[in-house]
Write a protein that binds this ligand. Sequence first.
Ligand SMILES: CC(C)(COP(=O)(O)OP(=O)(O)OC[C@H]1O[C@@H](n2cnc3c(N)ncnc32)[C@H](O)[C@@H]1OP(=O)(O)O)[C@@H](O)C(=O)NCCC(=O)NCCS
Length: 172
Amino acid sequence: MSQASHAIRETAPHDEAAVKVLIDAAFSGSGEDELVAGLRKDGDVVLELIAEATDGSIAGHILFSRLDVRAGTRSLKAVALAPLAVRPDFQRRGIGQALTRTGIDRCRKAHQDLAVVLGHPDYYARFDFSALLAKLLEAPYAGPSFMALELRPGALDGRKWKVIYPRAFSRP
Ligand SMILES: CC(C)(COP(=O)(O)OP(=O)(O)OC[C@H]1O[C@@H](n2cnc3c(N)ncnc32)[C@H](O)[C@@H]1OP(=O)(O)O)[C@@H](O)C(=O)NCCC(=O)NCCS
């Protein structure tokens, strides 16, 4: 599939209805838009980006939310990547990768220490997310789909950290 032409920018309030339609289409209405609405309502969004197609429609969306990561008295600046969605008719053209790379880059520039994701290992390994590294994290998630990326090299310092997700993740 050819690469799409698209511009990446921060999500604005007037995008929210279109983002909801996009997320419903990408996830077949499995409720990910409720996660996004909950994160916004609780003020837990750190970064939210969209990819705009040349016709001005929204082709993709990514959100990073605030994550509480601590070990004793030490804490990290950390984000959870979720959700990532590309409109079905724009998938496999590099939009998901462009959104993820841009988001990671911006989080790194904002001095975030760590990013975590729960997703397909083959997809997120290309951005250097690691399930092995995530084993240092005591979190509600575990296994090969739960991956971590140090945005500041050595941030985890080889020690165990407790991770608390924003409450929107645990709403029924
Ligand atoms: C997963 C998703 C975000 C990928 O975005 P995309 O723009 O289609 O993907 P890209 O064009 O950037 O990347 C294409 C690559 O991803 C791989 N890929 C696409 N969807 C994938 C999936 N669900 N699982 C694993 N790999 C996937 C392709 O095989 C392709 O690999 P290649 O480059 O080695 O050929 C998009 O397909 C989507 O929105 N899916 C539905 C919602 C979803 O599952 N979101 C992810 C939550 S973790």
